[in-house]
Design a protein around this ligand. Structure first.
Ligand code: NOJ
Ligand code: CA
Length: 561
């Protein structure tokens, strides 16, 4: 393992949703033994690090984002010993490990929360969370009007042992996820210890869940109707200034290790200036840049996102990251197969017409886009196989709390969490080898998208990712920080990454001609000579090329008669 402290600035980080990656003990649920058995696959793919979604002890009310004990592995996934072995195995293969820390909330089964329920109002135990008396004559109304991000009120009323109603507690997500009170010193101390626990085990970094939500306005008053128009930093629970003090402290801990550890924030903020504050030199190293993930697959919009991302990161000297997909959003093959390719969390549009052929074609082009932009890049398991969103999961199979919390109007995120297809021609596609079926059913159509089927097929998505990652690793120009736009026809984006390497993405409806003196390094689709079809991207070696397509018209100067 090299000890290059800036390894993450160009890293390709593979996201593993453990429950759905590989099942090692035949119970139908992915686990750490399963991951260990597939590390070779990841080494061959050519990634630099793995980010694991939460693997801690949890009742799994929200896929493990409801943590009972942050220093234990859930028995469904294995043991601490398995985690230790996994870290060692991965490091031997040159793969770094990032774990997910969830500091905004825990599980309602966390011992601090059960102690708080047993303790009296105003007690130290309750001060670690946000407990408040209700409003109304008998406290029957929630303390304020905040809504849970998963739907419904953000407050749940407690009941005493005798069933009598008591105080309410705050949960920005599900009721099984009580929010910590970050004004409590105990909470600070607990998480500093959790960080050290995992860093001492050799993990190379942490992903911080809901990183902008930790600090609440202590008054917990009603939110005005127009929360979206609030001045930056004045929202009662999103992006409050004091949250930065927490990360400054965490950065000191991360930097105290001889091999400095990485801090990555999950920060969803529309205001890019506020977003990049988290990346100031004394805070987080990196944060997921979700701009591209929501952006329509249209040339001017993609280009605007690349520009705004680079400009905002430059303000604080930070390195951008690029994300097409994760365990919370509709898979990009499906998004890009829709007539409207933009995506919004609160509008998943499950069931909208999808052209999977076109979606796959665009996802291939998008892969060459993100893998050639300056910065780090995330690959969500199955993205490299071109998996599509499973939109027809039966109602009774759905497990995401969003489904019930939304009154069954939002089918939630299970469709992107369906277990990986590894081999064979029918479910469970090598995901599990026991009697049990996989915890979510896989579509029969994934028979063509298994790792086995795609290995050795030069036209597969897997082959494209492997080749692109191989080139990315060896190509010094792709490791640079700069990017220069090149003139290109409407609907086409083109940029230079160094003296030779040029990237062209054709998002228009017509084929374009590539420059005659260019050599194609990698193409997202088979080409007809130097013609680049719609929804296709190429990496070129094109030293002197200054424009793509016809020469741009220049204003004529000095033509006085
Ligand atoms: C963000 C995670 O990515 C998501 O899966 C989870 O439900 C919420 N945070 C709450 O922890
Ligand atoms: Ca298992």
């Amino acid at each position: 393992m090299s000890s290059d402290a800036s390894w993450w600035t160009t890293a390709a980080i593979y996201q593993i949703y453990v429950r759905s990656f590989a099942d090692g003990n035949g119970d139908g649920i992915g686990d750490l033994t399963g991951v260990r058995s597939r590390l070779d696959y990841l080494a061959q793919l050519g990634i630099d690090a793995i980010w694991f979604n939460p693997w801690y002890r949890s009742p799994m009310a929200d896929g493990g984002y409801d943590v009972t004990e942050y220093r234990e592995i859930d028995p469904i996934f294995g043991s601490l010993d398995d985690a230790d072995k996994l870290i060692v195995d991965a490091h031997e293969l040159g793969i770094r490990i990032i774990v997910d820390v969830v500091p905004n909330h825990c599980s309602n089964e966390n011992v601090w929360f059960t102690q708080a329920l047993d303790a009296a109002p105003g007690s130290k135990e309750r001060s670690r969370f946000h407990f408040r008396p209700g409003r109304g004559t008998d406290g029957e109304l929630p303390p304020n009007n905040w809504e849970s991000i998963f739907g419904g009120p953000a407050w749940t009323r407690t009941r005493g042992a005798d069933g009598s109603p008591g105080e309410w507690y705050l949960h920005l997500f599900a009721p099984e996820q009580p929010d910590f009170n970050w004004e409590s010193e105990d909470v600070h101390a607990e998480f500093e210890e959790v960080l050290r626990f995992w860093f001492d085990k050799g993990v190379d970094g942490i992903r911080i869940d809901s990183a902008a939500l930790l600090v609440k306005d202590g008054h917990l008053g009603d939110m005005s109707e127009d929360a979206r128009t609030l001045a930056p930093g004045t929202h009662p629970f999103i992006d409050r200034d004091a949250v930065h003090l927490i990360y400054e402290r965490w950065r000191e801990i991360a930097d105290s290790y001889p091999d400095p550890r990485l801090l990555i924030g999950e920060v969803w903020l529309e205001n890019v200036e506020r977003f990049t504050r988290y990346l100031r030199p004394r805070e987080l190293h990196s944060a997921f840049n979700f701009e591209l993930l929501g952006c329509a697959f249209e040339a001017d919009k993609v280009r605007a996102v690349v520009d705004s991302t680079r400009a905002s990161h430059a303000l604080v000297g930070a390195t951008p990251s690029w994300v097409l997909s994760n365990h919370d959003v509709v898979r990009e093959v499906t998004r890009y197969g829709r007539a409207d390719t933009a995506f919004a969390m609160d509008d998943r549009r499950i069931g909208d017409p999808v052209d999977l052929v076109r979606g796959t074609r665009r996802a291939r082009a998008a892969a060459l886009l993100v893998l050639s932009l300056p910065g780090s890049v995330y690959i969500y398991q199955g993205q490299e196989l071109g998996l599509f969103e499973v939109e027809d999961l039966p109602d009774e199979a759905l497990q995401d709390p969003i489904w019930l919390r939304s009154g069954r109007s939002d089918r939630g995120r299970d469709g992107c969490r369906v277990p990986m297809p590894w081999s064979g021609s029918a479910p469970p596609f090598g995901f599990t080898n026991g009697e049990a079926t996989s915890w979510l059913p896989q579509p029969a159509a994934w028979k063509d998208l298994t790792a086995e089927a795609e290995t050795g097929d030069p036209l597969s998505m897997l082959a494209l990712y492997r080749e692109a990652l191989r080139i990315r690793r060896g190509e010094a120009e792709l490791a640079r920080e700069d990017l220069d736009w090149i003139d290109a026809p409407v609907g086409v984006i083109a940029y230079r990454r160094g003296p030779e390497l040029v990237v062209v993405v054709n998002l228009s409806d017509t084929a374009i001609e590539l420059p005659k003196d260019a050599t194609v390094v990698l193409s997202s689709a088979p080409r007809d000579g130097l013609r680049l079809a719609p929804d296709t991207a190429v990496w070129l070696r094109a030293a002197g090329v200054t424009h793509i397509g016809p020469a741009p018209a220049r204003p004529v100067v000095g033509t006085s008669a």
